[in-house]
Design a binder for this molecule. Structure first.
Ligand code: SF4
Length: 75
């Protein structure tokens, strides 16, 4: 599975590191380290961590370059 954390949003609340410590780890007070390709066996943990993030900084399995909603691409 693919994980992206928007580090410009991340406020270092560490909810993710608490819920999915194999995928997310705090380094120091506020810096977040994470595994961008966690094992699928950790999917539940990672989804729980993403849901718990207070600022919704964790994106799971988002195709790249698809930040625009599909409806916005009408020509
Ligand atoms: S829960 Fe969200 S805000 Fe907190 S450290 Fe993780 S990504 Fe950052």
């Amino acid at each position: 599975m693919k994980v992206v954390v928007d580090l410009s949003r991340c406020e270092g609340y560490a909810q993710c590191a608490f819920l999915a410590p194999e995928a997310f780890r705090m380094r120091g007070e506020e810096a977040l380290m994470y595994d961008p390709n966690p094992d699928d066996a950790r999917r539940d943990q990672v989804l729980r961590a993403a849901a718990a993030c207070p600022v919704q900084a964790i994106l799971v399995d988002q195709p790249e370059g698809r930040n625009v909603p599909a409806e916005a691409s009408t020509s």
